[in-house]
Design a protein around this ligand. Structure first.
Ligand code: NAD
Length: 444
């Protein structure tokens, strides 16, 4: 069946038939892929923070006929500031042309949802959902979006623990059966320079080793406020708690690890490494490390040396380097050199795009044409898992096998999501949280 030559409405109908043939879909009748009488693609935003605001703007700047119709955030103040920022944006433009973004936003009070369950209601109102909360919630949000037959843009990482990864992988199978497009915000896959380097990766022969860096000063801290429950505090200061964030090796360094997986066309089979905290010692620094160094080993025996550090006044570098039998790919410099160091390919950075915009341009173009084109989920899940494997290795100080880690049953999520429920990690009587100690901490 050639989807390309069918109208969008036919695609909707056809997708229902295809999906219905594969799995029981009690809710599919009347599914709202494109629920309006016109061709408007309705968007719901779940997680109205920094990235969510950016992703919503990029979706609204896409060339398709899109409308933001629903928003959900755990906190009313975060939702309100996102709404204000999106609707207050007079200057939004694309390619030098002003875009009337405001006319593409139709989110009255009754379609603004807060609390832990708001996502379900927002998802129900849309054709496409943007999932941009802290990553701990991604598995349940993604599962729900696919259950409700929605196309998805979701940020990386897609989970913070192996149980979450498995949930996402299970939902990915159903997303494929239903032909739902899924883009994951590992934006280097949508960046011109990386795409051009990838096309030419054979110039370096077989990749025998690689390096990846995310070294910089670190990120924000949201200090505890006197009137917060423990759950609210951890949700506001989410970067420092693994059930929400996964540690910075997972939350940020995933980008670089993912590039190596992509170019290798493989995921590691085991990892060992070291890490700790030198400067993250305050009460508001939760449990995460401030540095990790991991040796990831692939099935062919090649090693990825991965380092990430959040320590001010140290060397900054966010980059990837692949070494092969015939040369090297320097991703940051967008060039390929032979073994003598001679440049054999240099990408002209004048042609660089905004990959955050391209993610949405390509996703919405495919949806508008009725194409099933994007299934980023497995790669997003396996690259997230690679970073989790690295964390398990640095926390325990042991060699950890991929299969054992993935099947470990490690589940960091709270049993109950409620403002008065206790999160899984609690402070001691002095207000400090337990931190992993290599050699003592078990990887599960
Ligand atoms: N691809 C990239 O380059 C990139 C850049 C920045 C952030 N991100 C990713 O985007 C995600 C969000 O990061 P951010 O910087 O926007 O964080 P943020 O704190 O600014 O925003 C997160 C928002 O989600 C809300 N939220 C938390 N739990 C929720 C729940 N259960 N239901 C609904 N809303 C909930 C928070 O209140 C907050 O408004 C993270 O996964 C991060 O890794 C990706």
């Amino acid at each position: 069946m050639d989807l390309k030559h069918n109208s969008r409405r036919a695609f909707v109908k056809q997708t229902g038939v295809l999906a219905g043939g594969l799995i029981a879909l009690p809710t599919f009748a009347g599914a709202n892929f494109f629920s309006g009488a016109d061709d408007t693609i309705k968007i719901a935003l779940v997680g109205c923070g920094g990235r969510g605001t950016g992703a919503a703007m990029q979706a609204l700047l896409s060339k398709q006929n899109v409308k933001l119709v629903a928003m959900a955030d755990a906190f009313p103040d975060r939702l309100a500031s996102c709404y204000k920022s999106l609707t207050g944006d007079e200057g939004a433009e694309r390619g030098g042309v002003k875009v009337d973004v405001k006319s593409r936003i139709d989110v009255p009070e009754e379609r603004r949802f807060t609390g832990f369950d708001g996502y379900k209601k927002a998802i129900a109102l849309a054709d496409v959902v943007l999932l941009t909360t802290p990553p701990g919630f991604r598995p349940i949000h993604f599962e729900e979006a696919i259950r409700q037959n929605k196309h998805v843009f979701m940020e990386k990482p897609v989970a913070t623990d192996p149980v979450g990864i498995k949930k996402v992988l299970d939902a990915a199978v159903i997303a494929k059966q239903k032909k739902l497009n899924v883009v994951v915000g590992l934006q280097r896959h949508y960046q011109n320079s990386y795409r051009e380097l990838y096309k030419r990766k054979d110039l370096i022969g077989d990749i025998t080793s690689s390096q990846a860096w995310w070294n910089n000063n670190g990120v924000w801290v949201n200090k505890r406020q006197y009137n917060q429950t423990e759950m609210e505090y951890q949700m506001r200061n989410w970067y420092y708690f693994n059930w929400l964030c996964g540690d910075h090796i997972t939350e940020q360094h995933i980008h670089n690890i993912d590039v190596i997986n992509w170019f290798k066309g493989a995921y590691p089979v085991r990892a060992q490494g070291m890490g700790g905290r030198e400067v993250r010692k305050g009460k508001d620094h939760g449990e995460i490390f401030d540095h990790h160094f991991v040796e990831f080993e692939y099935a062919d025996g090649s090693i990825l040396n991965s380092q990430c550090r959040h320590i001010p006044k140290t060397m900054s570098r966010v980059d990837e380097l692949l070494t092969g039998t015939k040369g090297k790919i320097h991703c940051g410099a967008a060039k390929i050199v032979d073994r003598s160091g001679k440049v054999v390919y240099q990408y002209d950075k004048a042609g660089e795009n905004n990959p955050y915009q391209t993610e949405h341009d390509e996703l919405f173009a495919a949806i508008a044409k009725g194409e099933y084109k994007f299934s980023d989920t497995e790669n997003g899940a396996y690259s997230s898992m690679t970073s989790i494997l690295g964390r398990m290795a640095t926390y325990s100080g042991q060699v950890i096998e991929w299969d054992k880690a993935l099947n470990s049953g490690l589940d960091l999520q709270p049993k109950v999501y409620d403002w008065n429920a206790l999160p899984p990690l609690l402070p001691n009587s002095d207000g400090y949280y337990p931190v992993a100690v290599p050699g003592v901490t078990k990887y599960v």
